[in-house]
Design a protein around this ligand. Sequence first.
Ligand SMILES: [Fe+2]
Length: 165
Amino acid sequence: MTLDQFARECRDILKQDPGPAGRSRICKRLEGLLRDQAFVSSLLKDSTAERQVVYEDPDLGFCILAHNYNGPKDSPPHDHGPSWAIYGQAKGETEMTDYDRVAEPAEGKPGKARPTRTYKLTPGVAHVYNEKDLHAPRRRGPTQLIRIEGLNMDRIKRARFEPVA
Ligand SMILES: [Fe+2]
């Protein structure tokens, strides 16, 4: 399987079903590919950036990304605005926490998010985050991921959320 083949497959699936069911099919497919060392090493090298768009679909707008973090890396609770995302763990471990939306961001103030559960993404595991699904990844050591975004987040401003107990 090459990146082009995988991109074509994602495209076909999303054309049939752009909603959560289509994403879930892509997620399953990605889990298989995360165990394919040749595929993983074609996208992820030591020289890969923290965020590298390796494919962007000219019509549907979805992107395939490679992420290479050389050390610990945490992000605050966030969603992807109008987009969804699939996180696929290739190497190392991501400790992911899901959150409930307690308050929406408004008037320049961050929203509020309450943690509901924490779980690990280990190599070969992928997870779908649909629109509005708040989550925060914590990476305590070096990690590599293959992620898919419904829309390229480079062009979307992220809303801020503060965790509350
Ligand atoms: Fe995210």
